[in-house]
Design a protein around this ligand. Structure first.
Ligand SMILES: NC(=O)c1ccc[n+]([C@@H]2O[C@H](COP(=O)([O-])OP(=O)(O)OC[C@H]3O[C@@H](n4cnc5c(N)ncnc54)[C@H](OP(=O)(O)O)[C@@H]3O)[C@@H](O)[C@H]2O)c1
Length: 299
């Protein structure tokens, strides 16, 4: 293994609240980049020296080495940055699928999202900008709000607002400059999701992919009756499992993302690299609020 991030789902797995729970004892980590150091004599799909990432969740990537079936791995090009490759398989894939599979978005259309500074959120901002979409990005207020706002705008965010601003009547002004969103991406839940729904255009879709606030969503009756909004969910692991026998779909998606990376249109999330020996420190930081830094274990 070369590097492996700590994602919220890894923490949820340890907490025992995730949809996939390994048999114990188990190694944590569902994502990461490895380099092949040896292959079996019948292996044709992977060769020594290749960069590889897990095909599915549950491999246990927080370790220095492992022996796997070739089918458990997907090769990735080694001409992209290590941090991009180590964080490619989950968040950018989730962002790309959610921007592609739910609404027919055209350049100029608007997407609204909460947790906009999350790994998924940063990928959404960049992929959306590359597609010519406008993004309204909601983050939680903090002491260094301007610094984070500037960082997200430099990535291509059209507009960055706080959760408090999302609830204010002045929001109407924002949608004088851009069309109302066809798509809302919800990684938080609770009141934040309800507020996203209020701004969707008629017939629009809210896709829930995460529940960082650990609160259920209340759907306003008016959003259903008068706007007929669609409430959907997305899980990248389900997508990968559904496309298990369609290697072209996975390779096509990874290829599209790598093209954006090479073009300088998709960078890895802001990361703190931590030696695997200091995993306690990295796990602690990964669970702190307002950190805005993906903790990545480096081996
Ligand atoms: N469904 C899927 O296929 C899929 C795929 C990838 C990720 N996810 C999910 O997406 C979410 C984000 O993952 P990630 O790796 O992008 O996260 P991340 O980079 O670790 O960032 C965590 C984000 O959650 C926010 N947050 C934390 N606690 C919060 C709270 N109580 N209320 C509101 N926001 C809160 C943080 O905001 P602050 O900076 O304000 O703390 C930050 O924006 C997670 O729930 C993850 O499990 C789902």
């Amino acid at each position: 293994m070369i590097a492996a991030p700590i994602n919220p789902s890894d923490i949820n797995m340890i907490q025992g609240t995730y949809a996939i729970l390994p048999d114990l004892p188990a190694v944590g980590g569902n994502e990461g980049l490895g380099q092949v150091i040896e292959v079996g004599s019948d292996v044709r799909t992977i060769k020594v020296g290749d960069w590889v990432i897990p095909r599915d969740a549950g491999l246990g990537t927080w370790r220095t080495a492992m022996v796997l079936s070739a089918d458990d791995l997907v090769t990735v090009p080694s001409d992209i940055p290590v941090l991009s490759a180590a964080t490619l398989g989950v968040n950018p894939c989730t962002a790309l699928r959610m921007l592609s599979d739910f609404e027919d978005l055209k350049p100029g259309d608007t997407v609204i999202q909460n947790a906009a500074n999350s790994g998924v959120g940063q990928a959404v901002i960049q992929i959306a900008a590359a597609k010519g979409l406008q993004t309204v990005n909601v983050i939680r207020d903090r002491t260094d709000l301007h610094k984070l706002t500037d960082r997200l705008k430099a990535m291509g965010a059209t507009c960055v607002i706080t959760e408090e601003m999302l609830r204010r009547p002045e929001m109407k002004e924002i949608f004088k400059s851009y069309p109302r969103p066809k798509l809302a991406l919800n990684g938080v839940g609770g009141k934040s999701a309800t507020e996203l729904l209020r701004h969707l255009q008629s017939g629009g879709t809210m896709v829930t992919y995460g529940g960082m606030a650990k609160q259920p969503i209340t759907v306003p009756i008016s959003a259903l009756i008068f706007k007929d909004v669609k409430i959907r969910g997305f899980w990248v692991t389900r997508w990968k499992r559904e496309h298990k026998h369609d290697d072209g779909a996975l390779q096509g998606m990874l290829g599209e993302l790598c093209t954006l990376i090479r073009a300088g249109q998709l960078s890895s999330p802001a990361c703190t690299q931590v030696a695997i020996q200091d995993f306690h420190k990295a796990l602690g930081s990964a669970m702190e609020p307002y950190i805005s830094m993906k903790q990545v274990l480096v081996m």
